[in-house]
Design a protein around this ligand. Sequence first.
Ligand code: ADP
Ligand code: MG
Length: 699
Amino acid sequence: MDKKNVPELFGSLVFDDRVMRARLSAEVYASLRKTIDENVRLNNDVAEAVAAEMRDWAVEHGATHFTHWFQPLTGVTAEKHDSFISPSPDGGVIMEFSGKELIKGEPDASSFPSGGIRATFEARGYTAWDPTSYAFIKDHTLCIPTAFCSYSGEALDKKTPLLRSMQALNRQAKRILKLFGTDAEYVRTSVGPEQEYFLIDEEMYEKRPDLVYTGRTLFGAMPPKGQELDDHYFGVIKPRVTEFMEDLNDELWKLGILAKTEHNEVAPAQHELAPIYTTTNVATDNNQLTMEIMQKVARRHGLVCLLHEKPFAGVNGSGKHNNWSIATDKGVNLLSPGETPYENAQFLLFLCAILQAVDDYQDLLRLSVATAGNDHRLGANEAPPAIISVFLGDELTAILNAIKTDTPYEGKEKVVMKLGVHALPRFSRDTTDRNRTSPFAFTGNKFEFRSLGSSNSIACCNMMLNAAVAESLSQYADRLEAAQDFEAELHDLIKEVIAAHERILFDGNGYGEEWVKEATEVRGLSNLKTTADAMPHLLDEKNAKMLIEHKVFTKTELESRCEIMLENYVKTVNIEGHTMVDMVRRNYLPAIEDYLFSIAQATAMMQKVSKNVKCQFEISTIERLSELTDKILERVEDLEAALQTLKQCDDITESSCLVRDEVIPKMEHLRIYVDEAEMRTGENYWPFPSYGKLLFSVH
Ligand code: ADP
Ligand code: MG
């Protein structure tokens, strides 16, 4: 692909605003625009006109099929392709696509997880067009971004609650802006997700059943070189990887995804891609597509892209940073400290709303990123800890302190922080040192939520974040709307919020043991270490009440989601456990046995040659390896027993606890002995490629 043509390439497979404006009649365009910007219902004539143009455009670009593209609760995206072809009376075919087909689809979706919703209500679900996210062409198929619901209207996907949460935040933020006299038709959140991933050689990958079945290695001794040299981070990108990245960029650009930066990450074979931020629901669609296309493009280069949070034990895992901000339709970023004291007061109120939201709903944020894969990162010495806290940087922290205590602010301008809005000081953006260990950090004009796993959909944390912030804003709006003296009330409110929620602020080292102690024992913050611990909090009364009040979820949806997420957790670990048993019994034990046999034979022969031959290496190896095979057998039987118990358990909460308390610890125990055996067995006998080969073979 000729690089000079990027502007032409960019978005060439997207039915975006440029295409709509060029191809739709002025009337149809205006009406669709109203739907996109203001959520106004689309009428049938407009839908017909849009569908006809979309079909012509898609056919011109080589599409033969269309699909409603949606995000079921399984974590991947789903699509069911229908062709445009329809028989014509003359025996030929015509390409057809109606407004009805554009707006609504009825996938036979009975095998998507619903946590019992569809069984209780209606057997089938339907998909509905989300006109705020552009349609695009992928693999000769016109993909129409949609939401997925049951017939009774319960959401069966991740997009519906996300859109609802954006509406909730829009409603409440507008109330606040009105109080400040800020002009805004609507308010939207934007996200720029930084995506980490590993790239390994396809040939090596295919030889590892653990990678193929579970996306991560379940065994593997550390190579002599890990990431101790830190020579990979921002280092020179290897030629094969460069080719992959160029190809990936082209594919993403065609889909209108603004892939912007790429660099090597800390671990060997680890990389990162960041797009330019955009409206949250679009960013979510784009991130799902990015993950899919990364995997596809990697294969074209004989590589495999691993999106698992922890593909290699002992090596840095992969996360995703959710850079999040709120802006008005006039392009004003509400998280950007303003130029005037008055603008700063508005900024401080939004800041307070976020602090309160994160503090009040720590558990929702934690559980929104909880998966079996991400449990390996959070709390380990690399990702943010499982405890959620906020980092603001020195300047903002000092300002909040000054407000709270009515004392002079000793900042650059040395302004007295006495009462009254107009006394708030001006402060510059981003004078802070970045704290890389903080899960939720202010970075100048946005917050960066860093607890996401690399494979998480960003929809999940954003729906929680938006809803929680909507809740604090609605409390503030209630109070300020009723105030006699707006400025005095505002000042008191900000002071109170800071005092009530400062426990969530933390600037120190999030990896230290002292922090865990202080956070949980002194500050009373929650420390939900695993998915099994976190997920049930979705149904806590305060959480359910808030999410229902802001119309993000119904009670039924919450119950079904909790069940599905726990089910995913249990299923994931169950597959891992069985894969381990299989690898141990059919590969590792026989391989060690072969090696033992060959040394034993050699020992016997050597000793026949001379009585003086000591065979120290042979004998000590045989002794330790045979000890290890005994232990491995014992451990694998233990794991099999735990998996059997799990199989017999039919309560999902109990199952998740069994996984946490029995299955996972037994998997870890088993691994220790197999990894030791790897270090003592001749390389040619070992049945699978080593960590060294997996991590260092792409050039
Ligand atoms: P880093 O965090 O590595 O310094 P940047 O700050 O440049 O990198 O941006 C990281 C991500 O944050 C990018 O995806 C970028 O588009 C996004 N981003 C930048 N500004 C905003 C904003 N106002 N709202 C949401 N995301 C943003
Ligand atoms: Mg970042």
